[in-house]
Design a protein around this ligand. Structure first.
Ligand SMILES: NC(=O)c1ccc[n+]([C@@H]2O[C@H](COP(=O)([O-])OP(=O)(O)OC[C@H]3O[C@@H](n4cnc5c(N)ncnc54)[C@H](OP(=O)(O)O)[C@@H]3O)[C@@H](O)[C@H]2O)c1
Length: 228
């Protein structure tokens, strides 16, 4: 992989496993400095051991305002700038609406839509300074609703609306917003399917959108597995 000549600083949420872990790995390979965040401190510290000079692990529940503000503050105190925010943390509960619990509904809305709102709220002033980039990991479920996905789809549709509004608000400031909508990915998020996308491919797509020429915005990227 080519190394960026100018080092960039990124915050990646949901970095303890799955897609977020791969995004951090590829950012490190590209020479970026990364604040890796999730709730599981042990997994974050395991990840950091691979590149202690480039990864700052910060435990954070993305639904808690003060913890999110602290993540952004730690990124700035450590590296003095913020270029990239990847909103990747997510949860999914799949059941018919009559069986979905209120707690499951609330958790999905809190993690999948309020979390990105909070990270953006505190990161945007710094991203304006660097003409940075926000990448939201949504889902095909953010574009098309399906049975048993009432809560999950609602939370990802909300993320799509937030992304669209942010695109318009931040365009005059040269901060780009990209939203990636993958189909099934081979992680422990649900029941992994053989034909699902690899987390590496999703991470490569994140790299692709942030490496686009400055005058180009990749808005929505829909990724589907090549199902035989
Ligand atoms: N897997 C799929 O089939 C699929 C398809 C399309 C889109 N997506 C989306 O892709 C993203 C990554 O999913 P994945 O497959 O990598 O899932 P995963 O393996 O289950 O990882 C989810 C990540 O989110 C973090 N997280 C969950 N709740 C959190 C909270 N309250 N605060 C902070 N972090 C929290 C988890 O860390 P902790 O538990 O340590 O906090 C973990 O790092 C999600 O947004 C998901 O909706 C997944």
């Amino acid at each position: 992989m080519w190394r960026d000549i100018v080092s960039k600083t990124a915050i990646v949420t949901g970095a303890s496993r799955g897609v977020g872990y791969e995004i951090v790995k590829q950012f490190v390979q590209a020479g970026y400095q990364v604040v890796a965040t999730a709730r599981n401190k042990e997994y974050l510290h395991q990840l950091t051991r691979n590149a202690p000079d480039q990864i700052l692990p910060v435990a954070c529940d993305i639904t808690k305002r003060d913890q999110v503000e602290d993540v952004v503050n730690q990124a700035i105190s450590k590296w003095g700038q913020l270029d990239i925010l990847v909103n990747n943390a997510g949860v999914g509960h799949f059941a018919p609406v009559e069986d979905l619990t209120e707690e499951q509904w609330d958790e999905m809305l809190e993690v999948n839509s309020k979390g990105p709102f909070l990270t953006c709220k505190y990161a945007i002033p710094h991203l304006k300074e660097t003409k940075g980039h926000i990448v939201n990991i949504s889902s095909g479920a953010g574009l098309n609703a399906f049975a048993n996905g009432g809560g999950y789809c609602a939370s990802k549709f909300a993320l799509m609306a937030l992304s669209d509004a942010l695109t318009q608000e931040l365009k005059p400031h040269h901060v780009r917003v990209s939203t990636i909508c993958p189909g099934s990915i081979k992680t422990n998020f649900g029941t992994p399917k053989d034909w699902a996308l690899s987390p590496e491919k999703v991470a490569e797509t994140v790299q692709m959108v942030i490496s686009s020429p400055k005058e180009v915005i990749y808005g929505q990227i829909v990724m589907r597995p090549q199902v035989p």
